[in-house]
Ligand binder design. Structure first.
Ligand SMILES: Nc1ncnc2c1ncn2[C@@H]1O[C@H](COP(=O)(O)OP(=O)(O)OP(=O)(O)O)[C@@H](O)[C@H]1O
Ligand SMILES: [Mg+2]
Length: 259
């Protein structure tokens, strides 16, 4: 069974794309097949996975708005790893989607056939709760919420949870929360307090694993590399590997690389 996980938080710069890219790379290392869908017009997941603009025929905009198939847009990156790229054009999709009758269920329908080819489908989202994110949440089985360990972390989480509940009521009753992932944690008191606060509010949902602030995670995408290839022994790589193993085991997948 394919597991579709949306990475979402309407707050910007919390680690959605960093998590999407490294989760994808980590799952591959554990022999899972992955489709990464970039639904953010900023296209950071597309460029961060080393896709050249010249290699893109169709992108997420063409799939959602111009009636192209998902298959026509999917780029094969390596064994077991495909990406459905984004482009800046996708920014226009937010408005164009409003004109469509199936504006919230389009992505779900478009990837229904293709997704069965993979163990995991990861969807990276823009920092907004617009129609693109709603399409992701409707197409997803679960949502993974990266939360930056800083003072205003909880702000916005309530709204995101409300949106998730709305999507559950309208169109995707099976949607679950994969987990809340605290990112960019440090050894400061404030960072520890924020993690504790989020755990207090969402005790069942918050991962024990946290992703530390690690400059290697910032550097890796500019080389089109995952943290595992770029700095395999860094604190960031160790943390993401733990997350990968947890997600594989929680989803009942077989982990053929017990490291
Ligand atoms: N654990 C970390 N340690 C250090 N830097 C990090 C970490 N996680 C992410 N970053 C950096 O923080 C910035 C924001 O991260 P990222 O792009 O993953 O967030 P995002 O939620 O996808 O942002 P947006 O909402 O704009 O799409 C990037 O420069 C990234 O390299
Ligand atoms: Mg991003």
């Amino acid at each position: 069974m394919t597991k579709v996980i949306a990475l979402a938080n309407q707050k910007g710069g919390v680690g959605k794309t960093t998590t999407a890219l490294n989760l994808a790379a980590g799952l591959l290392r554990h022999n899972q097949s992955v489709l990464l869908i970039d639904l953010d017009p900023q296209s950071n997941a597309t460029s961060g996975s080393g896709v050249d603009k010249e290699d893109i025929t169709n992108d997420a905009y063409d799939v959602l708005i111009a009636n192209k198939t998902a298959k026509s847009a999917i780029i094969h990156r390596s064994d077991n790893f495909d990406i459905l790229p984004s482009s800046t054009e996708l920014a226009g999709a937010e408005i164009e989607l409003t004109k469509k009758k199936d504006r919230q269920t389009l992505l779900k329908r478009k990837i229904a056939k293709e997704k069965t080819n993979y163990d995991f489908v990861l969807i990276d989202n823009p920092p907004a709760l617009g129609l693109l994110s709603l399409n992701s949440l409707t197409a997803a089985d679960s949502v993974l919420i990266p939360v930056q360990a800083e003072y205003f972390a909880l702000e916005g989480l309530a709204q995101l949870m409300k949106t998730i509940d709305l999507v559950k009521e309208h169109g995707n009753s099976g949607l679950t929360i994969e987990g809340i992932l605290m990112t960019m944690t440090t050894h400061t008191k404030i960072s520890r307090q924020v993690v504790a606060e989020v755990e207090k509010h969402f005790p069942e949902k918050t991962y024990e694993i946290t992703i530390p602030r690690n400059v290697r995670l910032t550097e890796a995408p500019s080389f089109g590399q995952s943290i595992f290839d770029f700095a395999g022994f860094s604190s960031g790589a160790r943390a993401y590997n733990k997350l990968v193993k947890e997600i594989i085991s929680e989803n009942g997948k077989e982990d053929s690389k017990p490291s």
